[in-house]
Design a protein around this ligand. Structure first.
Ligand SMILES: [Zn+2]
Length: 224
């Protein structure tokens, strides 16, 4: 067991599974003309934990001190993630997407996971945090990008039915409704396109990574 002193030092920074990783800034912007977020090529690099000792200390600090964090952790590939209290982003019947083209990469640099649900089905924040940007894009349609409070990850929700009521820097709670499933922008059929980005975030120096393992886990746990 690590000492309290070690935990206290680690907690001088916000608990984030991605604090230990550094990525080169990305020059691209979401609004760059002619570039489709779903069509650009992926530049995701392998994510390696710095060391099991550091990760263990971070996990211990999260479990002991951070609110809303359940005990335990899960290993997904090389990424060890504390199990957080969070919910599946679609609050209603849905299909996680069975075709490889619905997934991350998808043979076309697809940077998220497409999940199918009837238009109008509530979309909720899978984890609370602060809105980074919300608005409309010709490809992504109505979208919300938020920085998660406990993980520092950015979660992005696209093709929402209506123009978001949320504004940058507003905060939302876990499970708070942020919109409805739609088919706005470049979407064939009603679905939610969901992305997760490492800190420092969406088109701010972070990198997108495959959200499917996490989505599957959230989908399997009891919802509020
Ligand atoms: Zn998509």
């Amino acid at each position: 067991m690590v000492s309290v002193g070690v935990i206290a030092r680690k907690m001088t920074q916000p608990p984030s599974e991605d604090n230990a990783r550094v990525f080169a800034p990305r020059p691209q912007g979401f609004a760059r003309a002619g570039e489709a977020p779903e069509a650009r090529s992926s530049t995701l690099k392998p994510v390696i934990s710095r060391g099991s000792a550091l990760v263990s200390v971070a996990i211990a600090a999260l479990v002991l001190l951070a609110p809303g964090v359940a005990q335990g952790m899960t290993e997904i590939g090389a990424v060890e993630e504390p199990v957080l209290v969070r919910v599946f982003p679609i609050a209603g019947p849905h299909d996680l997407g069975r075709s490889p083209t619905n997934g991350f990469g998808g043979g076309r640099g697809h940077s998220g996971q497409d999940m199918f649900s009837a238009c109008g089905t509530p979309v909720v924040a899978s984890q609370g945090g602060k809105i980074r940007k919300a608005g409309y894009h010709p490809v992504g349609g109505n979208f919300v990008a938020l920085t998660e409070e406990h993980t520092g990850l950015d979660a992005v929700y696209m093709h929402l039915a209506n123009r978001p009521r949320l504004r940058a820097r507003e905060t939302v709670e876990t499970d708070e409704r942020i919109g409805s499933v739609g088919d706005t922008g470049n979407a064939s059929g009603c679905h939610l396109h969901f992305e997760l980005w490492t800190a420092p975030g969406w088109y701010a120096g972070g990198e997108p990574f495959d959200p499917l393992p996490r989505l599957q886990r959230w989908d399997a746990q009891p919802q509020p």
